[in-house]
Each structure stands twice: as C-alpha cells, then as structure tokens.
Design a binder for this molecule. Structure first.
Ligand SMILES: [Zn+2]
Length: 615
C-alpha cells in the first residue's frame, strides 16, 4: 500500500466529513460557546458530558473517556474497523476510493466477486427472458397471476423462471464460451467433474441483491411437485446466508422517505407490498434476524416494524432477532397480524389501508413479549400469576429508562391482575438479587479479560479498582504530554506495576517506540488493539491540557500496591495460623511473612503518614 496516497485519502475523507455534522446524525448536540455538547452515545448518562469541538475536529467524553476524530467516532458508532470506517465516510462524502488501496490479493478477490455478479446478472437475464418470452415460461407467469403479482412488480424484482431441463443454462454458458467452473463458483451450475447441470430447474426465481443492486444469489420456488419447495443459491464469495435483506435495494428510497422499514418474512410478502405502494418493505428470509441484517437495517433507519406471520412471531429464534435489534439501539415495533394471515394474504384480501391499520396498532417489544408470556401462563391461577411475573422481570431489567420501566410495571400489574404495590415490592427484591449476582459475575469477568477498554464503565466494578484504573490511565496520559514524564514513569514502573493488561501493553509499545524519536508517537505506530485507547488518550490531552500530576499519581499507585501486598500477606498469614494452631513453634515460612508484613506496615506509615485505606 502506498503510504503517502493513503494519508492523502485519510485527510481528504476527514476534511469532507465535518465532525459536528457527522456526530449530529447520531447525537443531539447543543452548542455551548465554542463547543457542542450532548449525551454520550458510548455510555449511559443523564447530563451531557460528551463534547465536540468544531475547531479541533475532535470529540471527547468527560464521563467515560471516549474520544478521537471522525474516523474513531464512526469506528465505535458503527462498530467498524479502520478500513471499512474509511470507506463508510468516503461514501458519505462521495469520495471515490482509488484501487491502489487494495493489496494484490484483495484486488484479485474483488475481481472474482465482480465476475460472480456478472454471471448472476447474465443468468437472471436469461431466466427473465424464459419467464416472459417463451412457451415454457407461461406456467410461471400464470402462477404469478394467481398470486396476484403484476408484471410490473415482477419486473421490479427481476423475477425469472428456470426451465425444467437439466442443461438449459449449462448449454447457454457453453455457447457463450463461459467457463463452467466459474459458473459453479457462482452456484448456478453443479456437478463439476461428473458433468455439469443446472442447479435451478422448474423454479420461479427470485434474484437476491445486495444494497447496491448487484445480484448475489437466487431463491427458487418449485412450481411442480417435489422437494424442496424452496431452494437457495449455495454460499459463494458474494452470498452468505443471513447477510442480505431481500428487497433492500428496491426499498432504500422508501425507507429514507418514510424514515422506517417494515420487515416481513418472504419474497412474496415484499413484492406484494411494493406492488401496493408500501415501498419501505424488506424480507429477512426466515424470522431469526442475524447480526449482519441488524447492522444493515441500522444503516438506513432506527425505526423498524416487524410484520411476520402470527405463528412465527412468537418463536424463540424470532425473539432473539428482535432483541438483537433492540440492543443495537433500534426502536422495534411488532405488527400483530390475525392468526393464519401473512402480510401477502392480508394485503391481497384487504388492501394497503387495512394493513396500515395493523401497523398503526403495532406494539413495542415489551408489550409484545408480555402478551406472549400471558398467553402461555395460566394467569387465572395464583401460581400462573407468580410465574408470569417472574418471567417478565428479566425483560424489564433490560429496560434502562426509569420512566418506561415504571410504565411497564404498571402495565404488567394490570395485565396479570395484581396490585401495583405488590409488583413494585417483588421487583425491588428481584433487582436487588440480580444486582448482587451481576456484581459477582462482573468481578469474575474483569479478572478474566480486562482487555476491554470500556471496562472502567462496567457497573459492577468496585470503587477501589476504578480508582486504580483511573490512576493508571492518568499516568499513561502523562507519558504522552511530556517526554520527561514518560522517562520518569518508565523508571518508576520498574518497581510498581499496572494492573490492567491493556495499559501495560500500551506502555510496552511506548517503550519500544522510544528508540526512534518523535514524541508522542503517531497513532499509526500502534496495532488495532491499543490504537483506539491511544487515540482516546491523545484526544483527552488536547481537550483537557492540564498537566497530569505524575508524582502524585505514582505515589498513590505505590501506596495502593503496598496496601494490596499487606492485604494479601494478612490473608496468607491468617490461613497459616489456622493450619498451625496446634504446632509448638510457627514454621519458618510464616515467620518470614510476619516479618515482611511488619516492614510493609512500617513503610506505609513512614512514606504515607496520611494513608488510612487499610481496613
Ligand atoms: Zn461517555
């Protein structure tokens, strides 16, 4: 990769994506003097500590420490790595990214993908001609008619028909001189060495496209008898199951215009909806939404209506998908259709106005789940009431907004038929117990992988640990402010150690960089694991330029460490004393420990006379 071009592109992309404008698409910012403030999107807070400087083109949260430039922001917000974030912003600003950016290997893969799109388009074109222009196709055209699909709607979605022959497409590829090995990679033909044959035979074909309208694969519905009724393209270099949303390309404009998307289940639902003018509709092809699909949806809107068949909506896999959406910060509403109906049948029978009424009566995710639980439990019995309430609480505990939670508690009380006072009491017991459990779990998790840079924000973390982490972070920040600070800290840290592995790693990397001069080092000197943290620290220094009190921090760190060591020894001594209660003289090991303990106590008293942290 050409480094200079690379940096030129990065600065082009940054110049054309003004930070305040970009962030405003996600956060409600208010101007205060020279800076803009809003509620931090990276931690939950009630008063704004998230600051954006238009002048410096940097953001920083005084609450959680998140910070950086427009690229860092998009990386965290959209959950992207550096390359895709750059592409995301380049697309937003309409800057073409030159090919030189790709490594030879990536270029090769890109060419391969382009070839698959070409072959798919070629096949779709052929199938379309068979559907509308041949005698064989009449059967499929008639089928569409019985399903109430117009030619225009079918053309909008590029429907086609694969004839029953085994080698129709194979023959055409041969005639055009297209290598069948390539067609096999596209999933259009099968057989390989044994002799190639068409994958799709006697099927109505629904081309599946990506958001740019390129065909990535096909879904095929059998018209005659036999199995399976639906057959999809196999996974290829451009088609992965669960990665795409059917109809997204055709729905993009509609979604933007109406600021919402309606997710249905199948091909026919989508085509019927678009035909009737509901053009913000896509299908998830199966009811269990995947993480990829959630990401895709979130790029277009955060208002999602789910309109699945009544029977499918309550299934566990469906609900997991809806939880994924909610967790991504999407506002989910569930459209409840009458039992036995799907959107296609309802739209066909009663039209778009009737369907719209169901959309208007859609319920939020909590109400939907509550209704589902109430259906399953016998709430006429005391037992059933109690069980229902215990099943509702875990759902309620995911609702962070107090006002909403209170409203939901009331709703539950009414629905189950118990008094509000009782349900509040039960809720308090439940949330007390689950907080305690969570604290235990969080501490365990913290000990296991402290590599997550957001671990300072975890609710279960103890104040003492949090203070320690803040101290370590301050020291790292100091390192970057002044080279002298760094030298001092490096020397002091021979005696004391950081507790957080990620901080330790960054420090090691700083030490390694130290031989080559420039200070602080450029962010590109760091691997992805530490880069985000590094940029955060640099940003914090820019936004908050007061020098770090390095000596003070070091002293507190040392004091903390001695206190920790004393606590550890005390525990060990206590255990040894228990074990040796009957022995005439204490073992040598124990004597040593007691002596060390004395020395440490003395040191703590002398070096830190005001310290009172030992309990
Ligand atoms: Zn924050």
């Amino acid at each position: 990769m050409d480094r200079l071009t690379d940096e030129k592109i990065i600065s082009d992309v940054k110049e054309n994506n003004e930070l305040v404008t970009v962030i405003s698409e996600y956060v409600n910012l208010k101007q205060r003097g020279k800076t803009f403030m809003g509620l931090c999107p990276f931690h939950s807070e009630k008063t704004p500590s998230f600051t954006v400087s238009r002048e410096k083109q940097l953001f920083h949260c005084f609450g959680c420490g998140a910070g950086g430039d427009v690229l860092t922001f998009v990386m965290r917000m959209e959950n992207l790595t550096f390359g895709p974030a750059l592409r995301f912003l380049a697309e937003r600003a309409g800057i073409p990214l030159p090919e030189v950016q790709l490594s030879p290997n990536m270029q090769k893969r890109k060419a391969e993908r382009e070839r698959l799109y070409q072959l798919n388009a070629f096949a779709a074109d052929y199938y379309r001609k068979v559907l509308w222009g041949t005698k064989t196709g009449e059967k499929a055209a008639a089928y569409l008619k019985t399903r109430g699909i117009s030619r225009a709607a079918a053309e909008k979605f590029r429907l086609g028909y694969a004839p029953p022959q085994w080698a129709a497409l194979v023959g055409l590829f041969r005639k055009k001189g297209i290598a069948l090995g390539e067609a096999e990679k596209a999933g259009l033909v099968c057989g390989g060495g044994e002799g190639f044959y068409d994958r799709f035979r006697d099927r109505l074909l629904f081309p599946i496209t990506n958001a740019r309208g390129q065909i990535v694969g096909f879904g095929g519905r059998l018209l005659g008898d036999g199995q399976p009724k639906y057959l999809n393209s196999p996974e290829t270099a451009v088609f992965q199951k669960g990665d795409s949303l059917y109809g997204l390309f055709q729905a993009r404009e509609g979604i933007r215009r109406r600021e919402r998307v309606i997710v249905m289940e199948g091909y026919m639902d989508v085509i019927q909806a678009h035909q009737q003018g509901l053009d913000e509709v896509v299908a998830s092809l199966g009811t269990a939404l995947t993480t990829e699909q959630v990401k895709l949806l979130k790029r277009y809107t955060d208002q999602v209506y789910i309109a699945y068949d009544a029977d499918a909506a309550g299934e566990a896999a469906t609900i997991r998908g809806l939880d994924l959406l909610a967790a991504a910060g999407v506002n989910v509403r569930v459209v409840r259709l009458p039992s036995g109906e799907d959107p296609d049948s309802l739209l066909k029978k009663e039209g778009v106005e009737a369907f719209q009424r169901f959309v208007d009566e859609s319920v939020d995710l909590f109400t939907f789940k509550l209704a589902y639980i109430l259906e399953q439990e016998e709430i006429a019995t005391p037992d059933g009431k109690a069980r229902a309430v215990q099943r509702v609480f875990p759902i309620l505990s995911q609702v962070k907004n107090q006002i909403m939670r209170e409203a939901y508690l009331k709703q539950t009380a009414t629905a189950v038929g118990v008094s509000e006072a009782t349900i509040y009491d039960e809720w308090r017991i439940y949330s007390y117990n689950s907080r305690k459990n969570k604290q235990r779990l969080d501490i365990k998790n913290n000990q296991r992988h402290t590599n997550d840079i957001t671990y300072q924000q975890q609710p279960g973390i103890l104040p003492a640990e949090k203070n320690l982490l803040q101290l370590e972070r301050q020291l790292l920040r100091g390192c970057l402010q002044e080279k002298d600070f760094f030298t001092r800290i490096k020397q002091a840290l021979k005696e004391i150690k950081f507790s957080a592995p990620l901080y330790t790693e960054l420090l090691h990397q700083l030490v390694e960089w130290d031989v080559s001069g420039e200070w602080p080092p450029p962010a590109t000197a760091f691997p992805p694991e530490t880069r985000a943290l590094y940029i955060e620290l640099l940003t914090e220094n820019t936004m908050n330029p007061l020098p770090v009190d390095v000596e003070g921090c070091l002293k507190r760190l040392e004091q903390h460490q001695i206190a920790e060591e004393i606590r550890r020894l005390q525990r060990e001594v206590a255990v040894s004393l228990d074990l040796q209660a009957s022995a005439p003289t204490p073992a040598l090991d124990l004597q040593n420990k007691l002596a060390l303990l004395n020395r440490l106590h003395k040191k703590l008293r002398e070096d830190f006379p005001t310290f009172s942290g030992l309990r």
